[in-house]
Design a protein. Structure first.
Length: 217
């Protein structure tokens, strides 16, 4: 009997230890992700132009929302697919009016549930939220690098000059779908997500590339 009691006590102790260890380790990453997704679906609703469909993540968003960075292979896949998604400007016309680009850069409106329209024409580019563009600015974001003299430092004197083609095309692709060059970029995918239309993107391009723009003086 004593031997049986000892075995039972040992088994109970082992079970208790396992239970404690289970509580200590908690749910795994997959379960936590599922719980977070369920919470998001329960707490968010469509309101005005902001629809609950925005909660759906594509490959890049899923990979970059993980607690671990994507593998090199996955990051390269995201970048390749993003670059392939870029729509190049009609007629090879990359630049618009830098004055309009400045207005867009200063405009932080758009895509909230209180906005009347989800059309790109209602949105700003909100560049100053993340970048310095003009040295006269005393307030700007620092998530992204300074864009002051962006075109000048890269030797862009004429966008039609073949020597400037690589910089011009890179910049357009970066604005269209920033994940083309950085899988987990924090920059909005202006063209890919329909945040800005083609003409608006030309204006922003002109702001940072046109030699006549004050950004490049």
């Amino acid at each position: 009997m004593r031997h049986t009691h000892l075995l039972l006590s040992t088994a109970l102790a082992a079970a208790a230890t396992a239970a404690l260890l289970g509580c200590a380790t908690g749910p795994g990453p997959a379960e936590l992700d599922a719980q977070a997704a369920a919470m998001m679906r329960a707490d968010f609703r469509s309101e005005g132009i902001a629809k609950a469909e925005r909660l759906k993540q594509d490959l890049g968003q899923q990979a970059c929302s993980s607690d671990q960075p994507p593998s090199q292979a996955l990051a390269e896949r995201i970048q390749a697919e993003s670059l392939a998604s870029v729509k190049w400007p009609a007629g090879g016309q990359y630049l618009g009016d830098w004055r309009e680009g400045e207005k867009l850069a200063q405009n932080g409106r758009g895509m909230t549930w209180t906005d009347a329209s989800d059309k790109p024409s209602a949105n700003g580019a909100q560049c100053y939220n993340c970048h310095q563009i003009d040295q006269k600015e005393i307030s700007y974001g620092t998530i992204g690098p300074s864009l002051w003299n962006y075109g000048k430092l890269r030797g862009v004197k004429d966008v039609a000059d073949p020597a400037s083609a690589a910089v011009v095309q890179y910049t357009w692709a970066k604005l269209w779908n920033s994940k083309a060059y950085a899988a987990c970029s924090n920059m909005p995918r202006f063209g890919h997500m329909g945040l800005l239309d083609e003409q608006q993107l030309r204006h922003v391009m002109a702001l940072i590339l046109d030699p006549r723009s004050p950004v490049n003086q």
